[in-house]
Design a protein around this ligand. Sequence first.
Ligand code: SER
Length: 613
Amino acid sequence: MTANELRSKYLEFFKSKGHAIIPSASLIPENDPTVLFTTAGMHPLVPYLMGEKHPAGTRLCDAQKCIRTSDIDEVGDATHHTFFEMLGNWSLGDYFKKEAIEWSWEFLTSDQWLGLDKNKIAVSVFAGDNDAPFDEEAFNIWKNLGVPEARIAKLPKKNNWWGPAGETGPCGPDTEMFYWVGSKKAPASFNDDNDLWVEIWNDVFMQYNKNADGKYEKSVQQNVDTGMGLERVLAVINGLDDNYRAELFLPIIEKIEELSGKKYDESTDVRRAMRIMADHIKAATFILGDEKALTPSNVGAGYVLRRIVRRAVRYGKQLGINEVFTFKIAEEIIKIYQGTYAELKKNKEFIVNQLVKEEEKFKKTLEDGLKEVEKIFEISRTLSSVVKKYIDGKILFNLFQTYGIPLEVSLEELEGRSIRLNHSLGLDKKMLTEEFEEELKKHQELSRTASAGMFKGGLADASEATVKYHTAAHLMLAALRQVLGGGITQKGSNITAERLRFDFSFDRKMTPDEIAWVEKIVNEKIAEDLPVVCEELSLEDAKAKGAMGVFESKYGERVKVYTINPSTGSGSVFSREICGGPHVERTGALGKFKIVKEESSSAGVRRIKAILE
Ligand code: SER
C-alpha cells in the first residue's frame, strides 16, 4: 500500500462514518505563543475542543503535518521522527468511546480497509489513579471486540493519558493500539517494554478539564481526539520493521548512500546517522516549505530549524560527505511529497536557497570552532607543566554550545594534534565525557524550564486581550492594503496577551508616513465602533464575496467569514477574512492601536509589532 492510498483510505473511511475531511493546517501554529510547532492533529483544533463551533461540523478527520522535537533523542531508531504525518479523527461533543474504538478496530482489521492481522494487535487502557478511575468502559469495548484480556494492558497516566496541551484544558484517558512487527509469533500478552510492539494509533477520550488548581474536573463537552502515525502504519502494513525502508524514506536513504558512498546496512552507526540525516532534513524541508516562511535563527522555531540542519550536516561529515549537500536531499524529499503538499513545490527555490545558506554559514562557524580547539590545545600544552588539567568538560561543552562542535569531534581533534606534535595531553575520555554530559544536563534542565514556561497561560486561554489583538490584526491588514496596495497578503501572525506580531508580503521598509497612516486608519475604525459579524459559508461563496484567506483551503468546505462593517449596516465592507475566530463583537472594544516596530522578516516579507493601549 502506498502512502497516498493509506491517506485516502483513512479519510474515506471516516467520511463514510459522517466525518468532514479538513485540510492540514500549517506547521507553525497561528496565534499561539505557547508552542513552536504543530505537534499533533488536535493542536489546530483546540478552540473547537474547548467548545467553539467548527464550521465543518462535529465530526472531523484529516492528515496533519506535525513536528515533535520532544522525541529528538530517539530519532535514529526505526520508528521515531521529528516530522511526521498524523491521521486523525475527532468528535466534538458527538460520539464517544464505543464508536471511536469500534471504528479504530474496523479500520485496522477489516479486509475492506487495512486488513491487519487481529492476532498481531494489542492495546492499552488507563489503569486509574487518584485523579480518575480505571477506564473500564474502554477495557470492555476491546474485550467485546474479541481482544484477549492478556493483550489489554492497564497502564498508568504516564502511558495512557493525554493532555492538556498547555497547563490547563481538555484532557483524559486514552487507549493505544500496538502492532507486532517481530518475525516470530506475537506473544500472548502485551509488554510495553518490547520495541517489537509498535504503537500505531491513540484514541484520546477528552472527558476531563484540568483546572488552574491542578484538579481534574469532568468536562462539559466530551470529545474524541485520535492520532495515527502515518509513517509507522505504512511500514507495518507493508511488512517492514523499519520506517526508513518504506516509501516516504527509502529514496532519501538511497540519496544519502549515493552522496556518501556508504551503505545503510553497513553498520548500526551508519544506519543511525543516515536515519537522523533523513529525518532532520525532511523536517527542515517542511518547515522551510511552510506557507509561513520561517528561516534559521537563534531563537524559537528558527533555532530548532538551525539545529536540525546543522546536526544533519555534522552526521553527513561523519559519513564523509564534504560538499554542500542538504539541498540535494531536500530535492529528493520534495519529489516524494509534492503531490500531497503543493507548498513544497511552490517554495522549492526558497527551501534550497535557505539550506545552502545555512550549511555554508555552519561550515564557517565550524572553522572558527576548530581554530578555538587549536587555541585550547596550545594553552593546555603551555600550561601542562604548571597545572595538571586544563581541559575539562566545561570547555568542551562551550565548544559545542558556541560552535556546535560535538564532543567526539573535539576529542578527536585534540588527540590528533597531540599525536602529530608528540605531546600527550593525558586526556581522560571517560571523565571528560561525564563532565560534558553533566554540563549538557544542566543546560537542558534550563531550557526545559524555559520551554515549560512557554506553556504557561495554556493553549486554550483565549483571553480577552488576545481576542482583541486578533480583531486588530484584521483591521491592520485591511489598512495595509489601503495604504500599500491590494497586493499585500498576510504571511503569518503571532499573538500574545501583550502584543500582536504580523507578517505580510512587501518588499521594502515602510516609511514613517505610511506607518502613521495605517495607525490612523485602524484607530478611526476603532473609534467608529464597527460591528464584527461572523457568517458560515462554503469556501467558494466566501471567495466570491471577496474574503481574504491566508491559507486558502485550510478550513475545508465550510468556513467562517468575519466581516467588519458589513454592507447591511453603515456603509461598505472594511475587512472580510476567512478565519476561525474568535473576535470581539465591536471594534470599539480595542482601545488605541500603535505600531511599535516595522522590520524585515525574510526576503519579501515585512514584520510589524503592534500594541493596543
Ligand atoms: N493527541 C493525541 C496524540 O497526539 C491523539 O491524536 O497522540
